[in-house]
Design a protein around this ligand. Sequence first.
Ligand code: INI
Length: 153
Amino acid sequence: MKTLEGNHGGRGKNIAILVSRFNDFITKDLLNGCLQELDRLGVSKTNITVAWVPGSFELPVAALKFAKKKSVDAVICLGAIIRGDTYHFEMVAQGATQGIMQASILTGKPVIFGVLTTDTLEQAYKRCGKKGENKGIDAAVTAVEMINLLKKI
Ligand code: INI
């Protein structure tokens, strides 16, 4: 039996981070957590590009464009979709989810879903590091692990 796993070594990895400006009081914290974790994993700042999009619905098209670049190893998408804000929560959440997955499948590269989908602002606060865990950190770890795993497969 052969077991494959991606390690968390980030040296030499090139990563694009897309961040939604909508709910930026949440997404800025996700970004900070993500950048700190990438630094901890050894990803050089010079190998990271951060790009802002208007809202989570715009993440997929920008993710696809970055993922198609030879120089990019993984794309991390950060957003916060909060049900309380809008009646079209489902549309935005579904569009972002499916589109991010498509960008990954079409390019064969890790495109990481670091998008919070919560019922309330309070729940989002608990996932962006303000009052607990920070999903931006998880997104950074997942990106590096998946780059290293896909290389082995
Ligand atoms: N975008 C988000 O990232 N989060 C939200 O909660 C949200 N709400 O609530 O509407 C949101 N809407 C904007 C959307 O992502 C697009 O930018 C917009 O529809 C233009 O395409």
